[in-house]
Design a protein. Structure first.
Length: 349
């Protein structure tokens, strides 16, 4: 990561999987101070001992509480906004909790950043925000709208607010791969909701690269997407089992609350105005004002040329390709070593 030398960076939700990864990279790359903001002091204490670096500073607070957010943003240069409720089933049961954290909490972060003169804020979103069918996705879609509205309502602001959107992050907390590993260890069947369900596959390192790309390239209201391959959940389960030399049964348990068969990282409406930047798409904010003539008299005829960037339609990895992708994950290679697999003889890519 570049451009963070001698800078103060705040990570909201900083004790999560993303926060751990980005904090380590920022410290290694010479950041002046990395502030970890979260409400779980036990996780903060574990992370404090893990990092063991005086440049890591820990702030107890909640994005729902504006005052605690503002305290953490003082003298900060950049903000990685990762705090969120992310589990689909829990958000279905408690949708207002998703609103308070993902929507109101994001507004608090952006408002505090503006007041404190933060240079840039990148908000982490999800593929579930595209054509959302569940409360988590809906709340993240609203977060994106709040981020984009910042520039529309503050045309002279010097605080750039942008978003990144990504799909399944392999080996993140609560993801399915660690579950498969635990099931293999216990001799249980690998449980999948639907073997034909598809998901994008991205590593934690890729997600950090995406956010770094946004900080480097963002203009006001931009949304960035990293291109990614996809696979079926059934092939993912089989690939994990193969790497561990297991012929474990794959048991189908049915879809959970409000799950989709596939996920889209970008809609065709967004792709119609997207800029292809190689490994990334940049989707500029719709900067039209409240003169609705543009909507009714000057529509975009180009939208019909595009299809959604969906996990059912992008390049699909087979089982062998998924195995090679999994071997790029340091966490899984460690699990394989612990299981007695001669992982160093397997290709890293």
């Amino acid at each position: 990561m570049t451009g963070y030398e001698d800078k103060r960076i705040l990570i909201t939700g900083g004790t999560g999987s993303f926060g751990h990864t980005v904090a380590k990279r920022l410290i290694a790359d010479g950041a002046r101070e990395v502030r970890i903001f979260s409400r779980d002091e036990a996780k903060q204490d574990l992370m404090r001992h893990e990092l063991n670096d005086s440049r890591a500073r820990f702030y107890v607070g909640d994005v729902r509480d504006y005052d605690s957010v503002e305290r953490a943003t003082k003298d900060v240069d950049y903000i990685f906004h990762a705090a969120a409720l992310k589990q689909v089933p829990s958000c279905e049961f408690f949708p207002m909790e998703a609103v308070k954290t993902n929507v109101i909490g994001s507004e608090n972060v952006i408002r505090a950043a503006e007041r404190s003169g933060v240079r840039s804020v990148v908000c982490l979103s999800t593929d579930k925000a595209v054509y959302p069918v569940n409360a988590m996705g809906m709340s993240k879609a609203m977060m994106e709208k709040i981020a984009q509205s910042h520039g529309l309502n503050n045309p002279n602001t010097e605080t750039i607010v942008s978003c990144v959107r990504y799909g399944n992050v392999m080996y993140s907390r609560g993801s399915v791969i660690p579950l498969f590993v635990r099931q293999l260890r216990s001799g249980s069947p690998l449980t999948v909701t639907s073997p034909d369900m598809t998901r994008f596959m991205m590593s934690l390192a890729d997600s950090v690269d995406l956010v770094n790309f946004a900080f480097t390239n963002a203009e006001q209201g931009d949304l960035f997407i990293r291109k990614a391959p996809a696979c079926t959940i059934g092939d993912l389960a089989r690939a994990v089992a193969n790497l561990f030399g297991s012929d474990a049964e794959v048991a189908v348990i049915g879809t959970r609350h409000a799950e989709k068969v596939s996920e889209a990282l970008a809609s065709r409406e967004e792709l119609a105005r997207a800029q292809d930047m190689g490994d990334y798409f940049r989707i500029a904010a719709d900067k039209r004002d409240l003169n609705y003539g543009a909507y009714f008299e000057e529509g975009d005829k180009g939208q019909n040329r595009f299809t959604d960037y969906d996990s059912h339609t992008v390049d699909r990895l087979n089982v062998e390709q998924v195995e090679r992708l999994l071997l790029t994950l340091p966490e899984l290679r460690d699990e394989l070593r612990n299981a007695g697999v001669a992982v160093d003889e397997l290709p890293a890519r």
